[in-house]
Write a protein that binds this ligand. Sequence first.
Ligand SMILES: [Mn+2]
Length: 322
Amino acid sequence: MTMQFIDVFNGDADGLCALVQLRRHTPKESTLVTGVKRDISLLKKITEGKNTQITVLDISFEKNAQDVDRLLEQGAKIAYYDHHKTGDLIQHQNLYTDINLSADTCTSLIINQQLGGKYLAWAITAAFGDNLTAKARSLAVDAGYKEIEIELLKQLGTFLNYNGYGASLDDLFFAPAELYKKLSLFDTPFEFVEQDLETFKILSKGFKSDMTQAAAMPLIESDDDIAVTELPNEKWARRVSGVWGNELANRYPDRAHAILTEKDADHYLVSIRAPLNRKSGADELASQFPTGGGRKAAAGINALAKSELNSFIAAMREQFKS
Ligand SMILES: [Mn+2]
């Protein structure tokens, strides 16, 4: 029986760039398992662990622990790299983990460290995508990139991250597996943009158009500590909600933000951003609601009942009062 390789990655900039680095370094014929950014229970899509080597990138261990357990029992070898909430880690001889919960790192930076900086520009792209702007910039400056190059990495990171949002693959310009195949042809993001300008342009155009629409939507709550905005149940809104949250966080670094995107008649999809200057509490707020979760700086709720909107806003005020 031959060994089967399976690469499991979050469909955002960080997941994409983490796998690009790994597979540029160690090419493998692998099966790709991914989805929209919010689709993080990815390991349950793997039905059989026997004779498999599974690499997992940028999805919460906590949300996948049962399947890690099951796949290990079935005989899988698993390498797990991440920076989201872990819950209780499992100890097993066939499980390798490199998980760092620091608010200033991301999975691509963890891989970058593993590879000794070999594909740094991809890691910086991901850091920009995960809105680790200061960290990304300082790495880029230290590496000697010119301002125009740094701006390109920032744009690409933002666009790749933006492409991952949406309720289903149907909302996206590119399915993440398809986008991965395009990116993974190149050692650097600079080569990708130069040689596949068409893909870059589709993302760039979509991003700018969606952001313009988001900027026109009113805030339904705002004070010094928090701001809440509501977007309609449309493709553009589902794509842009997360990056619009990042943009607001960058513009108003002392304020926490929530982007409510109407999901159906009774529910919102919620993106939460902690104040950029504090970078904590987003996960705590999200976890108070049944379908919530995420990181300290950025978290979300998959389905917030509209009837709970007032209690959500009250909890948000309480969480982020200065
Ligand atoms: Mn990430």
